[in-house]
Write a protein that binds this ligand. Sequence first.
Ligand code: AMP
Ligand code: MG
Length: 418
Amino acid sequence: MVHPPQNSCAAPREDHALSVTEAQQRILDIITPVSERETVTLHDSLGRISAHAIRAPLKVPPYDNSAMDGYALRGGDLPAEDQRELRVTGTAMAGAPFTGRVKSGECVRIMTGGLIPEGCDTVVMQEKVVRRDDSIVIGPGHTPGEHVRHAGEDIAQHDSVIAAGKRLGPADLGVLASLGFVQCEVLRRPRVAFFSTGDELRPVGEPLASGCHYDSNRYTLYGLLQQLGVSVIDLGIVPDQRDALRETLLRAAAQADIVITSGGVSVGEADFVRDSLGAVGEIHFWRVGMKPGRPFAFGRINQAWFFGLPGNPVSAMVAFLQFVQPALRRLMGEHRTQAYHLNVPCATALKKSPGRTEFQRGILQTDASGRSVVRSTGAQGSAILSSMSKANCFIVLPADCGDLPAGSLVDVQLFTLL
Ligand code: AMP
Ligand code: MG
């Protein structure tokens, strides 16, 4: 249960800030999916977005077949009581059907997946019969029709098997293969250009001078974008200079559907990203009542959408996952844009000041009694990137919520792309 704020004076209200859901909605309302399609092989369709609903050109399974190793026979020959002896007249293996017709008083040895021979409608498991030389003896207790998988029981011909806008997973590749598809039509991958800003940033592979640190955001962003399945264009590190920022923003917008920057969106003395965006494009909004994840800016540069992420590594990831990921999923044409949420007890006490929605880092796990619980990763600073590395979910605490005791029910947002 979420407790009321302990001390509502602790958080000054920000009148201009949008709530997280308002900001998400504004972004989703304005972005329309790509329409260009491409045909890819089944292998290459993994993780891509289906361009249209796919119907089954044939049924699966294509023929009635055995679900067990045993004997195929006519249901009418099953004994109601006592026993019955049937003559074994042949064998039906998977891929090597029995070609004759089975008459009353006969049966055929059949293996799992074997085509049900003509005349038969039932399979009796081999463990349930006594085999004699060229016959079997069956007792009572069987049901006509048992252990037969019927043609089309998985997928009927003309069934719609994959919806438009579905992110294709391993089972979808299998379903498409079971229907004989060699390729399928997917939506094109959006292109996303990104760069880091900051005079203190050094690329990995170079020595660190005093006051400098490595640029980690470009690697995190690369991972997040690659995982989503977009085309990435890494434009490196850009210094905190207006001209360089404007030039790079324009160059990025000319080659991408979405431009992402990290750092420099604050109001510090070297935070020129928002200024530069104002000069080459337009800012739609930049104040969102969340923590971490600020400052964040959303706007447009010519034909490209712009997302200015905060520099702090956790803030950058939180803003990406709350705003850029749903936006990209929409742009990719995926019908689902939002992450999955669960309601679970939190095993640790949580500190929070009322005022902003918080995305604390959590580890969702199973306790000794098999119940799902979440626990905090510990220190929640916006520069503690290891908290994201340990976490598998966000513990989402609503704006008005204050400190929570251990055992409180909390809303958990999963990281996995489902
Ligand atoms: P800024 O938003 O530019 O004021 O940056 C806020 C903090 O995030 C500063 O401590 C920056 O050094 C840090 N930071 C900015 N960009 C990156 C980056 N690409 N990788 C790691 N840390 C960064
Ligand atoms: Mg900076």
